[in-house]
Design a protein around this ligand. Sequence first.
Ligand code: SF4
Length: 322
Amino acid sequence: MKILEVRDLTVYFYTYAGVVRAVEGVSFDLYKGETLVIVGETGSGKTVTTRAITRLIQPPGRIVSGSVIYRRDGEEVDLLKLPEEELRKIRGSEIAYVFQDPSSALDPLYTVGYQVGETVAAHRGGKIKQYFRDAVELLRKVLIPEPESRAKSYPHQLSGGMKQRSVIAMAISNRPRILIADEPTTAVDVTVQAQILHLFKQLKDELGMSIIFITHNMGLVAEFADRVLVMYGGKIVEEAPTEELFEKPMHPYTKGLLRAVVNPIQPQERLEPVPGTIPNLINPPPGCRFHPRCPYVIKGKCEREEPPLVGTRHKVACWLYT
Ligand code: SF4
């Protein structure tokens, strides 16, 4: 069942240097209980896309067009048109976020237990103190050892991994239907990364959530995703079920990303970075935005005409396939 339908989402940033076309014409669906991973280099539009879902775009950014249809209890709402007050009720409770840097999500002046209790109180009403037990249980759920005493700790007394788990506890405190996690494991070491991913899987099964997970790490994609969206230069260039993407990548950029990491499904002999640099989105390359970096460029076509995203289960935007 589709829970979210993003159509033609376009977000621009109006800077002194010019208009940054950060996300243009992005469309995708999210199904109940699935993990959708969005992958791409820095500046590909992953974060802006997911922030735009609940209109978390700050000036000079602006959602220029598109719709985000959210389905619940037999009704449909367009999150881009909903009055701010109603959207606020959905944001944080039904659609929750976990961002990259846990420190920025935690207030250094309050204990972790207080802050987790505060998110529960914000959506259920009442005094924060009465939710202390709930906060302890949530900290236990995200596998924080000795949650009773940790709940009384201040953020600076916790390791990076524990801070990120506390933020996850806040995010799941109201049993969200959609959890959006933006590079949640970047600030923690590899062992903690694995633990956090395992935790996401567990929570997804237990709470029946849908997850949108953003990363630039293809290794994490293989382990974690049901379906993958590959973004480049503010657009989706490929979309496929995970195994298919790893076994039969179509877009030259996806192939490049897979060559740049150890492909867990098809091991490579050596690792190569994708040559070239990401495009300037104030003045993006005409035609296919990847053409300046593409080893398969079709002269006279790719630099003039933009390829549409075509296909059903496995979609690709590349003139080699149309
Ligand atoms: Fe390369 Fe052309 Fe395909 Fe773009 S459309 S990825 S430039 S072959």
